[in-house]
Design a protein around this ligand. Structure first.
Ligand code: PDD
Length: 281
């Protein structure tokens, strides 16, 4: 396997950044994960738009031009012979003597890109069986709209899920409303087939897969309501699912101890999953 690190394509095994990289010391960096489907990087424009926004909110410079980054992503995907899988990119504020404030003068930002294939067997199992989620308080900071590599609350939430035999943790705010998954957006389906997901203005990352589902829904006459829902409402919903570049549409069949419907993936989530790649260019 090959990784890209600051201008070089290197063996993944020996790919390294400096011990004084600010990503390592302060989690002072941002990232994106894109799905690779049939050799294409899905929604790369939207992912790079969001990367640009994350960078600008933190005043980190683009490490290379946007066009160069697209070329690097494609090169890493192709050198790793990834047809279906993921490509990961991370940008940090760079390497500088440890000091909380930004380096002056500024230093070049660090860019790392990796790519790997996805397991077809795991995806098929999810299509057939769905997943369980568990709920846990959302203990993150207020700028979760920035896709930063400061992910400790999500690491703990995901581990809580794993140690309870679940695939994902749904985090909830102090009023009991679901914010999102540790690394995905959360959705429910009401009795009349309306998709419900929390507005992106507060408490969540504006997911690219979420946006793609909204476009799909609009084009196919499926109603979407952007509003917050509680854990309790979710447990009584007809269906639930999560979306992320790493999950596409993943049906949720159980929330904590509550089994949804008859415990198999719902028809709405299953159809969204089946058709997600219909329009991929
Ligand atoms: N995570 N919410 C959070 C907190 C996320 O970390 C992610 C994605 C999403 C979904 O966003 P998108 O549809 O753009 O992938 C929502 C990535 C996949 C990760 O951290 O691995």
């Amino acid at each position: 396997r090959i990784a890209y690190v600051n201008g070089r394509y290197v063996p993944h095994r020996t790919a390294k950044v400096h011990v004084e990289d600010r990503g390592f010391q302060f989690a002072d960096g941002v990232y994106e994960v894109c799905e690779v489907f049939a050799g294409n990087i899905v929604d790369v424009t939207r992912h790079l738009d969001r990367l640009g926004r994350s960078l600008s909110e933190l005043s980190i410079d683009w490490p290379v031009t946007r066009a160069a980054l697209v070329a690097i992503l494609r090169e890493v995907v192709s050198r790793n012979r990834v047809v279906n899988g993921l490509v990961y990119m991370q940008v940090t504020r760079g390497v500088s003597k440890r000091d909380f404030g930004f380096p002056t003068p500024s230093v070049p930002s660090t860019l790392v890109v990796t790519s790997r294939s996805a397991s077809r067997a795991a995806a098929e199992k999810i299509t057939e069986e769905g997943v369980r989620v568990v709920t846990t308080p959302d203990i993150r900071w207020e700028r979760v709209d920035i896709k930063s590599v400061a992910l400790l609350p999500q690491v703990l939430a995901k581990q809580f899920a794993r140690s309870n035999g679940a695939a994902e943790a749904w985090m909830f705010d102090k009023d009991g409303y679901v914010t999102e998954g540790a690394s995905s957006n959360a959705w429910i389906v009401t009795e009349d087939g309306t998709l419900v997901t929390r507005p992106a203005e507060r408490g969540i990352l504006r997911g690219i897969t979420r946006a793609a589902i909204m476009d799909y829904a609009a084009a196919h006459g499926i109603k979407v309501e952007e509003r917050a829902f509680t854990v309790d409402e979710a447990k009584h919903a007809r269906e639930a699912f999560i979306t992320a570049a790493t999950a596409i549409v993943t049906p949720v069949v159980q929330i904590d101890e509550t089994v949804l419907g008859n415990g198999v993936p719902g028809s709405v989530a299953s159809a969204l999953r089946a058709h997600f790649h219909d329009d991929v260019e």
